[in-house]
Write a protein that binds this ligand. Structure first.
Ligand SMILES: Nc1ncnc2c1ncn2[C@@H]1O[C@H](COP(=O)(O)OP(=O)(O)OP(=O)(O)O)[C@@H](O)[C@H]1O
Length: 790
């Protein structure tokens, strides 16, 4: 028998069973080895306990670490890695006989003569690939970690460029049981022998098997079927910026996540500084979070929605497109700078989160237009020093404030400077300056003068009111006053923009775009000193003075990792998913988290929901700095069948004329369906969703214009958990077995980037798509809406 497919018939079944048996034997051997290692670890642990402190501290620590690692191994194998062993490659003899650290031969190309003239060859090496590496007792590799160099041919080899690989096998297993195998032949022309027997090939290939599976509400990893062009990105050297573009479904998100796992594996110490993955929505975070359980293992990787990047913020609200456009624009930077200083000049009313207003002399302050805007701003400072009454009037105070604010430091950090300038002015007024000609005595006099004043209640209260510590939330609140905002945004925003912006800031809940503004304000204001956390009050402490004596409980390694991850504000590597959507202000926010980082940026300009791509590109380039970039393009759409991809391409041609769609890797034979609203929109959508639920095993997503989100959820109530309603912007990055796209015209008209958003909506389904049209869509006799006709 030659190395041909054995996928049908009884004899094929027996070959398949035999091959499954072969892999089962290997998996059994792997588990036996792991159990041995666990026993070893347990023995070490026991031994360590018995021998107490015998051995150097270093050796004991190493032993503990070994025990710990073995524990993690077993735990992972038992709990997380249901399909721990997933691949195998059968290789020809390599060019040289060198072995790498994982015990595998390193040569990529076959040795001369490895393939005989009659197109036969012997398999010289077989490697199994899994989620972690396992060595046998004699250090031969039982399983190679998928991220190790020796595993690269598993992903890189193609029939066009097979290297040494003859057969690539994907093994499906659950726990300790092998369920199936799928083979791809990289050299189908070859008759290869393993231990004297011909090498069989089972099934129709792993990729197709993976793509045909039903989708759930969480993403699956693709370790078993990463494709060559994706592998190049995953394993690209970490230096500088790795820049990846590709159309919908080309695996950008999957690749980004696997890259994080790869980087950690490759250089754990370097990435102890943390890897940040920025995602556009909390829905996408939830969808991707579980993809690679090992990512969360030691707290190095944080997956955050762009609305949750700032400590404590958890924004899920969306602004209207017109407001989002203002808040995301880099023009906001100037407005915020003015607002931060302006909020101070108007006494920080509302801008000093949680701090009492301070009364000083309790007079009214006046805005430029002489309208009282802020109560409680002191206009005058009166103190007594060296027995003299000293006083600074409004004009002087304004000049002092102006001088202090001319510094470039964050506003909150300028307070000491302002304080010193106040003292200088009072000192001048006191006439004490010329009293001593001896510099030492003069300095002493000055310092007792300062001490006198700064300990005076009136002065302290004045300073708190006149230069309060501003908070970002407070400044945003101050900006919700339209008249004040108009002043700060003069010649930057037009009156309509000011009105809409002020109104949106009066809302209680934060919007996703507000978060970037808060972060910018934190940079402008400077981080206020955080109040120290206190241990819970215990009356006993007072009696015994225990508080000082009691040692703090040691936190566990896991707790520490989690705490560090939370406290981290800068990262060693930043991965931006759906990068095309970041607004200029969001790029600034993300940029601050990776000032010294290397980057992976993945996106698709054709899916951008931001209205001014050039402005965003400028901000992105600023965030990434002058670091060199390596560009990659992903070209194959693994998500959509060709029937859906072709329909979406029509919108792409309208949204970005001239740009190329990725090629779909498969077809289902099921054309998209067009439904026209018969009576009520909600009823039609519900019927179509129910129809799809009967046709697919997995999930159904109903995508509507953003302002229909709430009603769409009501339309679907009672249809079960497999179906969800989502606004067009929320659909970013997600996928469903089937989707209903409701009114393309509504989605397209929603914002200046509407056609691109519609393109996103149309590319979410892995199997079936239904488009529901209303009148506005001007459907033809077949129900095809205007926007989707040729
Ligand atoms: N090599 C692969 N093997 C199996 N499935 C794959 C492979 N690459 C991608 N996929 C699948 O294709 C789908 C799309 O992947 P992903 O969401 O990463 O694409 P994307 O480029 O981020 O898409 P979008 O731009 O539309 O958000 C996912 O279901 C993913 O699991």
């Amino acid at each position: 028998m030659d190395a041909s497919r054995a996928s049908h018939g009884t004899s094929a079944d027996s070959v398949r069973d035999r091959e499954i048996g072969v892999e089962q034997e290997h998996l059994d051997a792997v588990y036996r080895r792991l159990e041995e290692k666990i026993h070893e670890a347990e023995f070490l642990m026991d031994d360590a306990a018995k021998r107490g402190q015998v051995g150097t501290p270093g050796a004991l620590a190493e032993r503990d670490a070994q025990v710990f690692r073995a524990g993690i191994h077993l735990n992972r194998l038992n709990n997380e890695f249901e399909d721990f062993l997933f691949g195998r490659i059968d290789l020809l003899l390599g060019k040289d006989g060198k072995k790498g650290p994982d015990g595998a031969y390193t040569a990529v190309e076959p040795a001369e003569g490895a393939v005989r003239e009659d197109n036969t060859a012997d398999i010289a090496e077989t490697l199994h690939i899994g989620r972690i590496g396992v060595l046998d007792a004699d250090y031969s590799p039982l399983v190679i970690d998928w991220r190790a160099p020796a595993a690269a041919p598993f992903y890189r080899s193609t029939p066009v460029d097979p290297g040494r690989v003859v057969r690539r096998r994907v093994i499906r297993s659950k726990g300790r049981k092998v369920l199936g195998v799928e083979d791809d032949l990289m050299r189908p022309e070859l008759t290869a022998f393993l231990d004297g027997r011909p090498l069989p090939a089972i099934g129709d290939g792993a990729l197709m098997a993976a793509l045909g599976q039903a989708r759930s509400h969480t993403m699956r990893d693709i370790v078993a079927s990463i494709q060559a062009e994706q592998d190049l990105v995953i394993r690209a050297p970490a230096a500088s910026v790795t820049y990846v573009e590709g159309g919908p479904g080309t695996g950008k998100t999957a690749v980004a996540l696997h890259r994080a796992a790869y980087l950690l594996y490759q250089d754990r110490r370097r990435y102890a500084g943390g890897i940040l993955i920025v995602s556009p929505t909390p829905l996408l975070v939830a969808y991707t979070e579980g993809v690679l359980p090992s990512l969360g293992e030691e707290g190095q990787v944080a997956i955050r929605a762009v609305g949750s990047l700032v400590d404590g913020a958890e924004a899920t609200e969306y602004d209207s497109p017109a407001v989002a456009r203002v808040k995301g624009s880099s023009r906001m930077l100037k407005v915020l700078r003015k607002a931060a200083r302006g909020a101070l000049e108007s006494g920080g009313s509302g801008a000093q989160g949680g701090r009492p207003g301070g009364s000083g002399e309790g007079q009214l302050a006046f805005g430029d237009d002489e309208t009282p805007v802020v109560p409680g701003t002191p206009e005058r400072l009166r103190v007594v020093a060296f027995g003299r009454r000293l006083e600074l009037e409004a004009g002087q105070l304004n000049r002092i404030r102006h001088t202090a604010l001319s510094g470039t430091a964050p506003v909150n950090h300028l307070r000491p400077r302002a304080r010193r300038l106040l003292l200088d002015a009072l000192w001048d007024q006191s006439g004490a300056a010329g009293r001593h000609s001896d510099p030492e005595l003069a300095a002493e006099l000055r310092s007792s003068f300062d001490e006198d004043i700064t300990s005076e209640d009136a002065f302290i209260a004045f300073l708190d009111a006149w230069w309060p510590e501003l908070t970002p939330r407070g400044v945003l609140t101050a900006m919700s006053d339209e008249r004040r905002l108009a002043r700060w945004a003069r010649r930057i925003l037009n009156p309509g923009e000011v009105r809409r912006l002020a109104r949106s800031l009066r809302r209680d809940a934060l919007s996703v775009h507000d978060v970037a503004l808060l972060d910018e304000l934190t940079a402008i204001l400077g981080t206020p000193a955080r109040p120290k956390k206190k241990r819970e009050y215990d009356p006993l402490d007072q009696l015994t003075g225990l508080e000082e004596l009691m040692p703090q409980r040691e936190e566990s390694q896991r707790e520490r990792a989690e705490r560090l991850a939370q406290e981290r504000t800068e990262y060693a590597h930043v991965i931006v998913d759906e990068a095309q959507d970041l607004t200029p202000m969001q790029w600034r926010m993300v940029g601050r988290r990776g000032r010294h980082a290397t980057w992976t940026v993945v996106g698709d300009p054709a899916q951008s929901s931001w209205s001014d791509p050039d402005e965003a590109a400028e901000a992105r380039d600023e965030a990434l700095g002058t670091r060199p970039r390596r560009r990659f393009t992903l070209t194959v759409n693994y998500r959509n069948p060709s029937e859906i991809a072709e329909l979406a391409a029509k919108v792409l041609a309208l949204a970005m004329p001239g740009s190329k769609s990725p090629s779909a890797v498969r077809s289902t034979g099921v054309e998209p369906r067009f439904a026209v609203v018969r009576d009520r929109l909600g009823e039609t959508v519900r019927e179509e969703a129910a129809r799809l639920l009967e046709r697919v095993d997995g999930t159904v997503g109903v995508v509507v214009a953003m302002n229909r989100r709430a009603e769409a959820a009501r339309w679907l109530s009672g249809l079960g958990e497999r179906v969800v309603a989502l606004g067009s912007l929320e659909a970013k990055g997600l996928e469903y077995d089937a989707t209903v796209v409701v009114s393309p015209a509504e989605i397209a008209d929603e914002s200046p980037a509407g056609l691109r958003v519609l393109y996103v909506a149309l590319t979410r389904a892995t199997q079936q798509l239904t488009v529901v049209s209303g009148e506005r869509d001007e459907p033809d006799a077949n129900g095809v809406p205007d926007l989707l006709r040729d």
